[in-house]
Ligand binder design. Structure first.
Ligand code: MRU
Length: 359
């Protein structure tokens, strides 16, 4: 996507330096900072600290992490160690395990001296596929938004949670891809952006929408219910970190409450995601999907711009305050109207009909 005059992806290889460049998402929307990762440890750290975040981007960052590891040591042990290190970075988004399994499958069968080049090639293919996948999600979602907007006869009011935009992927995003395309196609719309405490990924969404000229308003997480009761939301559209075969959607904490409010107010609720986010093995989503518990520090402090323009971490609670910080929740399929994938839109329980290879 374009930022001012330049096109960016969230991550790109710097082959000359044997490094990977990422946009540091911990300092956005205040600053646009590009950082270079030179080792697998740095890639793992970028995922843990959420400099690179969002399910699809976590997967591709891990793939490049394996490429960085193979650049330094192409042995079986180094491959195993890289996969083990990266697989323990964040537990919920299944794209991580998906990407690592794919890298391992390609590399393990090769002689060590061919692994480095193959690893960079495979990671780059994954990044390009992510862009194409998200564009396909965008096209399917565009049809839905067009139809909904025609039915309402006024600007379509969409509520989104967290950031499932281009920053959460390599480019375009999942939930935001249809919104960008609809805006480009001249479909009038307005986006309600949940702030998404504690890490405020909604501010990343607002930054993206502003950069693309899409009308939007940031709201406190608790405002969505009222807006739905007042009839001011036509559709909820979110991303996902792991979706079960039965169409249960695990996404950023707070998504479930939006789905409950949407159902109570007869507002359709859609999730947009690539097939790499579907975990076909999950039978009981509530029991089997691991929910990440993050540090309470994320509750207690924020990155803020001070009055003198400096960016600083500011404390908003006393250090002694007890906090809990579960990072994801589960929206049962019964509350989901439809799932938008690169292969089309399905009812949650019919997801496998889009993927006969998994039926
Ligand atoms: O903790 P995060 O910021 O990585 O969580 C991101 C989300 O929950 C997104 O909605 C999800 O990963 C989909 S991104 C296309």
């Amino acid at each position: 996507m374009k930022v001012k005059d330049r096109f960016y992806r969230t991550l790109w290889p710097e082959y000359d330096r044997g490094a990977v460049a990422i946009i540091d998402q911990t300092v956005l929307p205040h600053q646009l900072v590009v950082r270079e990762l030179e080792t697998v440890a740095a890639a793992a750290d970028a995922i843990v600290t959420m400099r690179a975040r969002g399910a699809p981007l976590i997967g591709v960052t891990a793939a490049y992490g394996v490429a960085l590891a193979m650049t330094q040591d192409d042995s079986d042990q180094a491959l195993e160690a890289a996969v083990a290190l990266l697989s323990h970075t964040r537990p919920t988004a299944v794209n991580l395990a998906w990407a690592l399994a794919r890298m391992q499958k390609v590399l393990a069968k090769l002689p060590p001296n061919e692994r480095c080049e193959a690893a960079w090639r495979e990671a780059a293919a994954m990044a390009d596929e992510d862009v194409a996948t998200n564009q396909a999600i965008g096209r399917h979602g565009l049809g839905l938004l067009r139809e909904k907007q025609r039915a309402t006869g006024r600007p379509l009011r969409i509520l989104t949670h967290c950031n499932a935009g281009w920053l959460a992927t390599i480019d375009w995003g999942t939930a935001l891809a249809p919104i960008f395309l609809a805006h480009d196609a001249g479909i009038p719309l307005h986006v309600w952006v949940d702030e998404t405490r504690p890490r405020n990924q909604g501010l990343l969404t607002a930054w993206e929408l502003a950069g693309h000229g899409v009308p939007h308003t940031v709201i406190a997480d608790n405002a969505g219910g009222l807006l739905m009761q007042r009839g001011e939301v036509d559709l909820v559209l979110v991303g996902a970190d792991r979706v079960s075969r039965a169409g249960d959607v695990c996404n950023k904490i707070g998504t479930y409450l939006k789905a409950l409010a949407a159902r109570a107010n007869e507002v359709p609720f859609y999730a947009a995601l690539p097939s790499s986010t579907i975990d076909w093995r999950i039978a009981d989503a509530l029991k089997e999907i691991p929910i990440e518990e993050r540090s309470g520090e994320e509750m207690k402090s924020l990155n803020a711009r001070l009055e003198d323009g400096r960016i600083a971490r500011v404390q908003i609670m006393g250090p002694e305050t007890e906090v809990a910080n579960p990072a994801f929740d589960l929206t049962p399929a019964a509350l989901v109207t439809g799932i938008i994938t690169e292969r089309g839109i399905s009812a949650p329980r019919e997801l496998a009909s889009l993927y006969p290879e998994w039926a």
